[in-house]
Design a protein around this ligand. Structure first.
Ligand code: GCU
Length: 611
């Protein structure tokens, strides 16, 4: 008979085992059972389900109160028991999806909402693992299964996975997620952003089953565009040394085998006789199949190299000009809100292609898996960014760890996407020693995780002392990154469009230069003289005056104007014009193109023809 102590220890190990989320890889490729659909929700602005009346956290209590602890998801045991919640009688919420655009009363809501769904437990074979994978939850998620705490994730735009093997119940399971989208000074992003703070389980939720030993991670990349040498590594979770892993690339006649090392990792090298390189003009993808024991994952991968030489960006050894546009992870039609489907992602990227783009800056945070996979298929370069945006809490180590986790999760999820050529560390961060130390550490982490891509960040320009029409880009971060990117708003925040013709640029770096933002607002359908701000004519004139200005910048490797589509922002309140939207889109929030869309489209058409 086990002593009480050992029994209790057993329970603690059980709970600890379920919360080991930090080192579980992203299992997107393992598929699984979708837990999307109708969930029930309890709006909890006073955190009643998380803290008791003494503000003590309920899930730290050995016996939390059945009456108010929402994650227990109980019903009264008898007519006399007091239980002050009932998910079954509560309103519904669609997952994936933000709550702001699903419920008018939640449009501005920032706080906690408890989301619950039940599901039938799948039969697990002996030794199998069961995981819960969340594509993204903004901003903090506390996850509970069958009344047991599973774990916590912080960060609104990257996937996370928990091992719930030991918490699954036979029959019906209750999955409860406390979603808290409150902004905070020490968060990433911080309190102040020019985008809507959409809260919710905004991407897919999946119950994933794997064998005891499973394929946890893999990297496959082209080492040389001349020799066509391909390298691959495969990480087996629970793997031991000397176990066989196979990588097959049927179209290349590759059926490779390798043995794992002591860390469960297998390495491969292969040089195919023929290889079609990935590029925007020819986005060739190959099916890859990885097998270990009973586990198999497949995906489609493009092979290309990307590097810099002086002020050029080289794709497969040849200079390329990035004809870009910025995009927020927000879909404008049908009431708007976070992108939740591949169809919405495809519409945004189709508009970018219509604009004659070969590049998109996915601002200001990692977008959904569909965006980067579609970019691979459609042949569009991607700038992928973490939300280290504006004035982050630079001296706070927990803030740095948070930013680093989001960067690591972003790279781990998308390291095999040919379309992604730039990892961006930040946007418009004020220069200071603490900020540059923070971002230098972040850059070191990015390079340690992925040495095959370029690093950048959207920096800022300033006017030269005593020469207001000489713009200078000088930032210690420029010495750290590979591509010197900067936002500039001559003609909108800085003078009027006519100023573009008078401005000169001083940018003292022998690295590729990239303008990561420029543009101005226009209310679609508002017409007038081009001198009248907010009209389509003003915005189109701003583009017509900016393009010749940027053409004069020696070594400009491309640019991505701000922005493809109007997007929601609580900061934009001008009645009749903004009404809660940032109107710098080339397409309106109703999906209508503005005059400036055609100005840029024609410029890019000519650029592409001349390439
Ligand atoms: C900034 C910022 C964007 C913002 C834009 C604007 O550069 O990076 O997030 O929306 O300018 O002011 O419209």
């Amino acid at each position: 008979m086990k002593s009480f102590a050992s029994l209790w220890l057993g329970v603690l190990c059980l709970v600890a085992a379920a919360t080991r989320a930090d080192n579980i890889p992203d299992l997107f490729l393992h598929g699984g059972v979708s837990l999307n659909g109708e969930w029930k929700m309890i709006v909890d602005p006073y955190e009643s389900g998380f803290y008791d009346y003494r503000w003590s956290q309920r899930d730290k209590d050995a016996k939390p109160s059945r009456a108010e602890t929402f994650y227990l998801d109980v019903k009264p045991a008898d007519a006399g028991e007091r239980v002050e919640y009932d998910f079954d009688q509560s309103p519904s919420l669609q997952v994936p999806g933000d709550w702001n655009t699903q419920k008018r009363e939640l449009f501005y809501y920032e706080g906690t909402i408890w989301c619950r769904r039940t599901f039938e437990s799948p039969e697990l074979a002996k030794g199998q693992h069961a995981f819960l994978r969340f594509g993204a939850v903004n901003y903090r998620a506390d996850v509970y299964l069958n009344g047991q705490r599973v774990g916590t994730h912080i960060g609104g735009f990257t996937p996370f996975t928990f091992d719930v093997t030991k918490l699954l119940a036979k029959g019906t399971n209750s999955l409860v997620v406390r979603v808290d989208n409150k902004r905070a000074k020490d968060a990433v992003p911080t309190l102040n952003t020019d985008w809507w703070n959409y809260g919710g389980i905004t991407r897919d939720v999946t119950l994933v089953a794997t064998p005891a030993e499973y394929i946890a991670d893999h990297r496959i990349w082209l080492e040389s565009e001349t020799t066509h040498a391909i390298a691959a590594t495969v990480q087996i979770a629970g793997g031991k040394a000397g176990e066989t892993v196979q990588v097959a690339i049927p179209e290349l006649g590759a059926d490779l085998s390798a043995q794992t090392d002591d860390a469960g990792k297998a390495a491969f090298h292969f040089t195919p006789a023929q290889l079609s390189l990935w590029s925007p003009d020819s986005p060739k993808l190959y099916e890859i199949r990885i097998t270990h024991g009973e586990d198999t994952v497949t995906e489609r991968i493009g092979f290309r190299t990307i590097c810099t030489e002086g002020r050029s960006i080289l794709l497969n050894g040849k200079p390329v000009f990035l004809r870009g546009i910025c995009i927020h992870g927000e879909f404008p039609l049908n009431g708007g809100g976070r992108v939740t489907s591949p169809e919405q992602a495809r519409q945004l990227l189709t508009w970018a292609k219509e604009l004659n783009c070969n590049f998109v800056r996915l601002a200001h945070y990692p977008h959904c898996e569909a965006m980067t996979r579609l970019a691979d298929e459609m042949g569009i370069f991607v700038w992928s960014e973490v939300p280290v945006y504006w004035t982050i809490d630079w001296t706070n180590e927990a803030t740095f760890q948070n930013a680093q986790s989001q960067l690591s999760d972003n790279i781990q999820r998308d390291a095999n996407r040919a379309s992604i050529i730039i990892w961006s560390l930040a946007n418009e961060t004020p220069v200071s020693p603490a900020r540059t130390r923070f971002l230098t550490r972040l850059a070191q982490r990015a390079r340690a995780l992925d040495s095959t891509r370029l690093l950048s960040a959207a920096m800022e320009k300033h006017a030269k002392d005593g020469a207001p029409e000489v713009n200078v880009v000088e930032d210690p971060l420029a010495d750290v990154v590979d591509v010197v990117a900067f936002n500039q708003y001559v003609g909108w925040y800085d003078g009027l469009p006519g100023k573009c013709g008078r401005v000169r640029w001083e940018i003292p770096y022998n690295k590729p230069l990239f303008i990561s933002e420029f543009g101005g607002d226009a209310k679609q359908g508002l017409h007038g003289d081009k001198s009248q701000r907010w009209t389509e004519e003003f915005q189109a004139d701003l583009y017509r005056q900016t393009l010749p200005m940027v053409d004069k910048i020696q070594g400009l490797a491309g640019f991505s104007p701000w922005i493809l589509v109007d997007f929601r922002s609580p900061k934009r309140v001008l009645p009749g014009i903004q009404d809660g939207f940032n109107r710098k889109g080339l397409i309106s929030s109703e999906g209508n193109k503005k005059a400036a869309f055609y100005v840029l489209q024609e410029y890019y058409r000519q650029r592409a023809a001349a390439q």
